[in-house]
Design a protein. Structure first.
Length: 255
């Protein structure tokens, strides 16, 4: 809540950094818990994960319709929403850890068996690619809305939900793509889509090339689902059951 009322970059950045440090580890945790409850993650994860995308679309449309994107209200809402989420968490199915229990330690956070996954060439290539692709990813998340606003796009937050709509569509089709393409070609397609997206943003404008901006937004489904969601399922498949959560955490730390 305090971050919404800061007027200097240093203080705002401090609060934002603390929030990210506390929130980002929960991404790997929620993935691990979801995979543990699924008999066939490749087929089951997409239809479940798509509900998060639907919520993203609803938030973006609401923000754009009420013209909140250039105010502090989204940050204030973000401060209150985790409280509701924390009250909901106890209703989730009990999921006991598979690894042997014992005193908490740094080795327990990064067990040797999970770290050794990175010694396998396919996993090492995936980890390096994930690290590199998250550099342009941050430009998209942080600056696309600002870029579209300064380019003259009206209600850019609402229009950006087109990316989540394409993500929703691709998420539902993930089982089909897994059967037709496999993990390797899906990851390659995701990386190529990121390259094409930035090329479209570089050449597009609000005039005759507005379609390029729209295409760059709509590529989000392939960009995100084919690389990040597919990668999460790939890690769950490659890691031994007791260390899947730790492996997800290591990749989250890298990205």
């Amino acid at each position: 809540m305090d971050a919404a009322h800061q007027t200097s970059f240093g203080s705002l950045y401090t609060f934002a950094l603390i929030n990210c440090a506390l929130f980002m580890p929960t991404l790997a945790l929620t993935n691990s818990l979801a995979f543990r409850q699924m008999k066939e993650p490749k087929a089951d994860f997409g239809p479940v994960r798509v509900m998060g995308t639907a919520g993203w679309i609803a938030a973006g449309l609401l923000e754009g319709t009420l013209r909140l994107e250039q105010t502090a209200y989204p940050t204030e809402i973000t401060a209150g929403w985790p409280v509701l989420m924390s009250l909901y968490c106890p209703s989730l199915p009990h999921t006991a850890p598979l690894a042997a229990s014992g005193p908490s330690s740094l080795r327990g956070l990064f067990p040797r068996e999970a770290v050794e996954l990175l010694r396998k060439k396919p996993m090492a290539v995936f980890a390096i690619a994930s690290f590199l692709i998250c550099i342009p990813l941050q430009f998209y998340y942080a600056f696309t809305n600002l870029f579209l606003n300064e380019s003259g796009v009206v209600n850019s937050a609402g229009k950006m939900t087109g990316g989540q709509a394409s993500e929703l569509f691709c998420m539902l089709l993930l089982p089909w793509f897994f059967r037709r393409l496999g993990v390797k070609y899906m990851l390659a397609a995701g990386m190529c889509a990121w390259t094409l997206r930035y090329l479209l943003f570089a050449l597009g404008n609000v005039g005759s090339f507005l379609w390029m901006l729209w295409a760059g937004i709509l590529l989000h489904g392939i960009c995100y689902d084919f690389f990040f969601v597919t990668g999460q399922i790939y890690i769950d498949r490659e890691a031994a059951p007791p260390f899947r959560g730790a492996a997800q955490g290591i990749i989250t730390l890298i990205t």
